[in-house]
Design a protein around this ligand. Structure first.
Ligand code: GLU
Length: 306
């Protein structure tokens, strides 16, 4: 079946699904998003972008931003980053502080909140927060080839007003000497990076460098891309990362806005969005759509269709 037909069928199946999960309610801007929406976009190695459903509707990328900040951090700091954050799956919720206490302020990986805050802190490195946000937007715009990507300031304000657990994580790491900047500065960047808005089409385009597809200018070396993919496979869905690897078999990263970015190395970058979440905080229909796409295309990195 042609890929466009597969996407159209997936979008039609998702439109007819009544059990759509629950939208995030911790800030009003996410709580009022219509759970009836679903979009999917696929950027291919030949330059085409195919899409179906609500693929042109902007949504809050939330934790998907952690992948791009990690790419920037590795580009700037190289392997020195790994003295501050680990590379192991956590098996814990995204905002858990449990392991952080046992492991003395050294987060398990860059995709749980504590690890992402450390990555952002490392990129900030004494600069002004707005410089880092400009760098992130510049990176996303260059990677996608779309100058329209922006931050939703209302979402950033709400994140700042409610992010008490993130404040706690940052202060906990500060007490253990694992923050270089005043926590409120690093958190200011972190809350704004979560508030970046993108469409599925923009996100699929921005993920091309992670899939090893041709992008001009090149964003990151293939050696680093390979490592980011490994981390997405092992840690991209928090305590449901094993489940995503089992069901989909692609490196991916989810966000509580309902977006998921996944890459089929050498073939495609895929973005899905549906705002209803499953019990682990990833898009319910987005995960189902990724599973179906991987099955019908045979794109799983572990091989074999169906
Ligand atoms: N803004 C959310 C937080 O930092 C992002 C969580 C997510 O997308 O998984 O708690």
């Amino acid at each position: 079946m042609a890929l466009q037909d597969i996407l159209d069928r997936i979008a039609a199946a998702m439109a007819g699904t009544t059990d759509r999960g629950t939208v995030a309610t911790y800030i009003p801007e996410l709580a009022r998003i219509d759970p009836g929406q679903f979009g999917i976009a696929v950027a291919l190695d030949d330059g085409r972008v195919l899409s179906a459903g609500d693929a042109a509707v902007p949504f809050s990328i939330q934790s998907v931003s952690k992948v791009f900040m990690l790419a920037i951090a590795l580009g700037r700091l190289g392997d020195g980053l790994w003295t501050r954050v680990g590379r192991e799956p956590s098996g814990q919720a995204f905002n858990s502080i449990l392991q952080l206490e046992m492991e003395k302020g050294h987060p398990r990986n860059p995709f749980i909140n504590a690890g992402a805050i450390v990555v952002t802190d490392a990129v900030l490195a004494g600069r002004m927060p707005r410089e880092v946000l400009a760098e992130l937007l510049g990176f996303l715009r260059a990677a996608s080839g779309d100058p329209g990507i922006h931050i939703n300031e209302a979402v950033a304000r709400s994140e700042t007003a409610t992010g008490f657990l993130n404040v706690a994580l940052a202060n906990f790491m500060r007490a253990h000497g694992n923050m270089q900047n005043p926590p409120e500065r690093s958190l200011g960047v972190y809350f704004h990076q979560c508030a970046v808005e993108m469409t599925c089409v923009q996100l699929a385009l921005a993920g091309r460098f992670l899939a090893g597809l041709p992008v001009s200018p090149p964003m990151l070396s293939q050696a680093r891309v390979r490592r980011i993919n490994a981390l997405m496979m092992m840690c991209g869905h928090y305590d449901a990362s094993g489940e995503f690897a089992y069901r989909v078999g692609l490196p991916g990263k989810s966000g509580v806005g309902g977006g998921i970015l996944a890459v089929a190395p050498g073939r495609a970058s895929v973005a899905v969005w549906s705002p209803g979440l499953n019990s682990r905080g990833s898009s319910k229909l987005g995960t189902e759509a990724m599973e179906r796409l991987a099955r019908e295309t045979g794109w799983s990195v572990f091989g074999g269709a169906s």
